[in-house]
Design a protein around this ligand. Structure first.
Ligand code: MG
Length: 282
């Protein structure tokens, strides 16, 4: 399909509250491991932190297998533990992973207006294509650009589910050093879909990672400032587990220095900005 303009949208904390879904999922994993192996929850949390630091992401998928605590387990015991932990995670995810208000309706209106909706995220491609399906938003996306993701050995028995097929017609994956705030992902996507930057809107919750590179390439940068608000308990969980240093956290959540084209408090405020004529077809 030929598009004349594009909406490049961040995913985490722009389309859904990542912090408020991830943190309860994480705590459920810790809780199961504590129940199964008897280790104190603080100790389990600290071990997860170590594994995540090693892989550079708190969404590393094979973390249970790499916990120090899991080392002495027989393969069948480990399998059973992984299954239990995954089950708990998925149950909490189903309850907590929800789009923010009006996200679906807005993306529907944008896509129906012939604007290319492309996700641009630093999270792993495999994880995020699946997440957009879980959110029932995947059919609204023309494309998704993401991190190429974790290395997994060919004989890793836990990677078989990666064969899952996404409904998103076009995907791009990039190594870590080319991800946001690098402008490369935005430039590459716009080049490939043939949209000049001045016909593109970038929406995201991070002034540093989303808005700064958007403005740098000459696109409009729309700051989803509602994405900064999370339940304190969940923010505390993230800070206990993340390998990011204090300066990295400050940079992501910094509010100074970057002047967005526009700030929005709900996702559907995009409809005031984008060339979407509501109700025209009625
Ligand atoms: Mg974000």
């Amino acid at each position: 399909m030929d598009y004349t303009s594009a909406l490049l949208t961040d995913l985490d904390d722009t389309l859904y509250s990542w912090v408020d879904f991830w943190a309860p999922c994480f705590r459920s994993m810790v809780h199961v491991i504590h129940g199964q192996l008897g280790a104190p929850e603080d100790e389990v949390t600290a071990q997860f932190r170590e594994v995540y630091a090693r892989h550079g992401s708190v969404e590393y998928q094979f973390s249970v297998q790499e916990l120090e605590l899991a080392r002495g387990l027989a393969p069948t015991e480990l399998d059973a533990l992984v299954r239990r932990v995954k089950g708990a995670y998925n149950r909490v995810r189903e309850a907590r992973l929800q789009p923010y208000p009006a996200v679906k309706e807005t993306l529907q209106a944008v896509a129906a207006a012939g604007i290319a909706v492309v996700g641009v995220t630093n999270a792993p491609l495999f994880l995020t294509t699946r997440r957009l399906a879980q959110l029932r938003l995947d059919h609204l996306f023309a494309g998704l650009a993401a991190w190429e993701g974790f290395e997994a050995a060919d004989d890793n028995p836990y990677v078989k589910h990666r064969q899952w097929q996404s409904r998103i017609p076009r995907t791009w994956s990039f190594p870590k050093d080319l991800l946001k705030p690098n402008t490369h992902t935005f430039r590459a996507v716009l080049h490939d879909i043939g949209i000049p930057p001045d016909r593109a809107w970038v929406v995201g919750d991070s002034l540093e990672k989303d808005i700064r590179p958007a403005l740098e390439i000459g696109a409009q940068g729309i700051w989803a400032r509602y994405g900064m608000t999370h339940e304190q308990e969940n923010m505390d969980t993230l800070l206990r587990v993340t390998h990011w240093g204090d300066d990295a956290i400050e940079r992501v959540y910094a509010v100074g220095g970057v002047q967005p084209s526009r700030a929005i408090d709900r996702f559907d405020e995009l409809l005031d900005v984008l060339p979407v004529q509501l109700g025209l077809s009625l």
